[in-house]
Write a protein that binds this ligand. Structure first.
Ligand code: HPA
Ligand code: ZN
Length: 321
C-alpha cells in the first residue's frame, strides 16, 4: 500500500541536511581505526559494541557515540569515514549532503588536530564532487561547554572558513539554551557562514524561539517540540524556516514513543518546510531511505508528501561557498 511512495523516495535525487559524520561511523570502521591507531576500546567485539546501541535519551546516545569517536585519529580515518558515508549516499540517490563534523569535540576531547579532521573530509569532498555527490561541511559546537570555548574553536577553524558552509549547535540540549551562544552566531554570520542549531529535540519550544530570535538561525535541526506551541508553528510557517527532522533518531532516542506519533506530517500540513534526514545512521538503524520508508509507513505519507519533503530539502540546501 505504501510501495509507490517508498519507491518514489528511493528513486528521487535527494539532499540530506542533518547527518553527523561521526554518527555514520559503523562499528566495522571503529574497529578498523582502533587497530590502525593502536588505541584501546572498552569493547572486545563488534557484537559487544552493537549491544550498547539501546538508548533511552540523547545523553545515553552521546555517551556511546563518544566512545566510537575516540577511534578517529588521522586524516586518513576521516577520509575513509567520509568516503563510507558518500558511498551510502550515492547508493541512495543523495546528490547533496550537508554534514556536521565535530570539530570542537574532535580537537579538544580526543586531541585530533583540525588539519586531520578537516583535511580528510575536504579530500573526500573533492573526490565525491567529481562522482556526483556534493558534500558540504558544517562544524558543530558543543552547547554543554562555554561560549568562550566555542569561540576559540571557531577561531581555530580560520584556515578552513572557505571550506565550511556554516556552523551548527549540538550535543546535550536541556539546560543549555541557545541564547548562551549569541556572540558565536553573530560572529559566524559576520564571517559569511550559514547558521543552524539543534533545538526542540528534547528541549522545550522556548529553545526553538531562542534559536530563531537570539541566534537568527536559517534552519532548525529537529524542532519536534515546536508542535506544542501553535504560535511557534505559525512563525515557522510564516518565515518558511526549514526543520531537518530525523524520524529513526527520534524513535531510538525516545523523543517519540511511536513513529505514528511523529509530528512531521502535522508540520507539513501547517505549511512548514519539513525535511527527512538520518542524523546518526550508524546508530539509529538506517540511512536516509530507511528513514523515508519507516515514516511513510507510520504516517501513511502519499507520493505528494514525498515529493514535497524531497523538494523542501533541495530548497533548504545551502550553496557551496
Ligand atoms: N542531537 C544533539 N547532538 C547530536 C545529535 C543529536 O541528535 N547527534 C549527534 N550529536
Ligand atoms: Zn543531530
Amino acid at each position: 500500500m505504501h510501495e509507490d511512495a517508498i519507491e518514489l523516495a528511493k528513486s528521487l535525487p535527494k539532499a540530506e541536511l542533518h547527518m553527523h559524520l561521526e554518527g555514520a561511523l559503523q562499528p566495522e570502521l571503529i574497529f578498523k581505526f582502533v587497530g590502525r591507531n593502536g588505541r584501546d576500546l572498552p569493547y572486545r567485539s563488534i557484537e559487544e559494541l552493537r549491544a550498547k546501541y539501546e538508548f533511552t535519551n540523547l545523553q545515553d546516545f552521546i555517551n556511546v557515540y563518544l566512545v566510537g569517536f575516540n577511534s578517529l585519529a588521522s586524516a586518513e580515518d576521516y577520509e575513509d569515514l567520509a568516503n563510507d558515508y558518500c558511498e551510502h549516499a550515492q547508493a541512495e540517490n543523495i546528490t547533496h549532503a550537508e554534514v556536521f563534523i565535530e570539530a570542537q569535540a574532535g580537537s579538544s576531547m580526543t586531541g585530533t588536530p583540525l588539519e586531520a579532521i578537516l583535511g580528510g573530509c575536504i579530500r573526500a569532498a573533492e573526490e565525491w564532487k567529481k562522482r556526483g555527490v556534493e558534500l558540504l561541511l558544517i562544524p558543530t559546537f558543543l552547547r554543554h561547554l562555554s561560549e568562550n570555548e566555542a569561540l576559540k574553536s571557531l577561531d581555530e577553524l580560520e584556515p578552513y572558513y572557505d571550506n565550511i558552509v556554516g556552523i551548527g549547535l549540538a550535543s546535550a540540549e536541556v539546560g543549555f539554551p541557545p541564547e548562551n551562544f549569541r556572540r558565536l552566531f553573530d560572529l559566524a554570520r559576520e564571517l559569511g557562514l550559514h547558521t543552524v542549531a539543534h533545538a526542540g529535540e528534547e528541549g522545550p519550544p522556548e529553545y526553538v524561539w531562542g534559536a530563531l530570535d537570539d541566534l537568527g538561525v536559517e534552519r532548525i535541526d529537529h524542532g519536534n517540540r515546536a508542535i506544542e506551541d501553535p504560535v511557534l508553528v505559525s512563525r515557522l510557517a510564516r518565515d518558511q524556516i526549514p526543520l531537518t527532522m530525523c524520524p529513526l533518531s527520534n524513535l531510538r532516542l525516545c523523543v517519540v514513543d511511536d513513529l505514528r506519533n511523529h509530528p512531521l506530517k502535522k508540520f507539513l500540513d501547517a505549511g512548514i518546510k519539513a525535511t527527512v534526514n538520518s542524523d546518526d545512521p550508524a546508530y539509529f538503524g538506517g540511512y536516509l531511505n530507511t528513514n523515508f520508508e519507516e515514516i511513510i509507513k507510520a504516517l501513511n505519507l502519499s507520493t505528494g508528501d514525498v515529493r514535497e519533503l524531497v523538494q523542501n530539502a533541495h530548497d533548504a540546501s545551502f550553496e557551496a561557498i
